[in-house]
Design a protein around this ligand. Sequence first.
Ligand SMILES: [Zn+2]
Length: 443
Amino acid sequence: MKQILLSVCVALCLATLAAAQARPFPGPDVQQIYQRLLPQIEKIPAFDHHAHPGFSDDPDVDAMAAPPDASAPLRTRDDNPELITATKVLFGYPYGDLSLEHAKWLVAKKAELKKQYSGPAYFNMILDKLNIESSVANRAMMADYLDSRRFPWVFFSDSFMWPFNNERETARNPDEGVFIPLQEKMLHRWMQQENVSKLPAKLSDYLEFITRVLVDNQKKGGIAMKFEVAYFRPTTFSDPTRQQAEDIYQQNASGGVPSEKDYRTFQDYIFRYLIQEGGRLHLPVHIHSAVGIGDYFNLSQSNIMNLESVLRDPRYRSTLFVMIHGGYPLEREAIFLAAMKNVYMDSSEMELIQYPSAFKDTLKNWLETFPDKITFGTDCFPYNEVLGAEESYWLGAESSRIALAAALAEMISENEITEARALELAHAYLHDNAVKLYEGRVH
Ligand SMILES: [Zn+2]
């Protein structure tokens, strides 16, 4: 009898084990699971961790601008037919193309809705349609037509690194010719905000000015600072002493063109000062970490893995880092940076450049590695007067939800996780992981 019981137990245990054994291909049930998951995933209110909401004529949507005539990956061009689907879903657009004549209908429709939903009500209505509870507004300055309770502000902190004569920096290539003057403008705006009329004579006063901007922006509702430094210079940061930074500041604060080496050394010091302050002030640090727009974006000099020595430096343990755009196209390497307790990955932009079939594989890889460290973002941006942040929000949100349902369906069908666990992971990615980061300041 005992023997029989034991055999039954062994058989049962083996059966359980067999059921738990992951397999390398999804079964024939994968489509059904996907169909079951998708409507549940669409019901999860999302937190959009990276976006640029605003109207196309608003210069504060970003702290920089696209260089003219820049090449864009296929899916991110404004002739992507998926954007017409967006106009149908959001605005009931009745046409199948965006000819000049037809586009007028869309522009008029949006103008009518803006009247009906005046002020902040318009973009709140767009979020409601997409089931996005809140969306980060990564903007130069906040707009009064965005509801700060649903659009927490992430401001830009790069400009503090370009306080000197930028002739050489601006002349490097046509893209920098657009980007660097905008950084000068941004720094000037921070100086105006703090009633600082010219660069302080001493580095200690300059650092104090930087901290004041951070603190005041935080008081104005800023939840994080954002770097897009990868657009402007390589992302390898040396570790200069205070004395080195002071000497370079003394030499250049009142004029003259610093050597490239000196300027970089000074910037390295300022970058490290900013991320340290981010830890002290509980102001998470967002860093653009993917390939960027513009033909001159240098991926080998600015790829995410260059940041590894900074991210794994115990001195910055108390700073929370969000790797915006997940290091794309190095996202498979990049996910391992999230082993650091203070490093999070954001998937925005990847879901726009990649079609859902490819983005599904990206998300699956991330979900199988550090599912508690990944966050959703749309990277929405107003394309032009006709196609705005609204359509861009739709494309980002829809693509992410579809790819998420597909990735989880494969994981369930391949015996990696249960359906209940899949829904927990969906909540975590779309909302909970990001919200937890801000200790109650967002929802
Ligand atoms: Zn962005």
